[in-house]
Design a binder for this molecule. Structure first.
Ligand code: ADP
Ligand code: MG
Length: 224
């Protein structure tokens, strides 16, 4: 599903060059659950953003489902992203002005799905994430655990195939963190491929293997 070779990302500001990623090789097969670990600033989020087509690499190659991403136009990248990739972030990233239902429906509107199919899919994931009684609430009226379940619902509503999670339990207490990890684990068992950045050994234990990054390099890979 993901073949990344010699991927390098350089951030340039006026007088500083930062090698956020330095010749990284990563292969992920469909159906895998992979954790990415490493100290703050080692390039984890940069890697996830490039895999998620939110950012471009400076050098190297990236094939997603057999498509060469490197020289793809923005329009095609957006289409692949919206059709195939769901995101979950540490700080939830819900839209404050939209209620729970509308937040979750958004990816389906981007895909121009018809109204009755949208209603069916949103209702399914609301039930699945146990937030069906909160559809009219706004994000700020929810607990962190509930907000993250809404964010997970939004990330999976379009059946994306690949889920990218950047420290999904980072802002949650251990009970809600456990719920989120259980959901991710179930989604993986149902066929979703998952890449998850985490600082938690316990969360990484849910993954099949862990890629350890340091200063923009892959230093080790361990299977759990
Ligand atoms: P992590 O997620 O592992 O904490 P990041 O991928 O966010 O690390 O950052 C990797 C390195 O790249 C850091 O040194 C960070 O300061 C730098 N960096 C990240 N984003 C930018 C940016 N937009 N502009 C300049 N430097 C950046
Ligand atoms: Mg980060």
């Amino acid at each position: 599903m993901i073949i990344i070779e010699k991927l390098t990302k350089v951030f340039r500001t006026e007088d500083v060059e930062t090698f956020a990623l330095n010749s990284v090789d990563i292969h992920v097969k469909r159906g895998e659950f992979v954790a990415i670990m490493g100290p703050s600033g080692c390039g984890k989020s940069t890697l996830l953003n490039i895999i998620g087509l939110l950012d471009n690499s400076t050098e190297g190659s990236y094939f997603f489902n057999g498509t060469d991403i490197t020289n793809l136009k923005e329009k095609s990248r957006t289409k692949i992203r919206k059709g195939n990739i769901g995101f979950i972030f540490q700080s939830f990233h819900l839209i404050d002005k939209l209620n729970v239902y509308d937040n979750i429906e958004l990816p389906l509107l981007y895909l121009k799905m018809n109204a009755s199919d949208r209603r069916k899919r949103v209702t399914e994931v609301l039930t699945r994430m146990k937030i069906g009684h909160r559809t009219k609430h706004f994000p700020q009226q929810l607990s962190g655990g509930q907000q993250q379940r809404v964010a997970i619902a939004r990330s999976v509503v379009a059946n994306p195939g690949l889920i990218l999670a950047d420290e999904p339990t980072g802002n949650l207490d251990s009970k809600n963190g456990f719920k989120v990890m259980t959901l991710l684990s179930e989604l993986n068992q149902e066929g979703s491929t998952i890449l998850m950045v985490t600082h938690s050994e316990r969360d990484a234990g849910y993954a099949h293997r862990t890629i350890n990054l340091l200063d923009g390099h892959v230093i080790t890979e361990t299977s759990s």
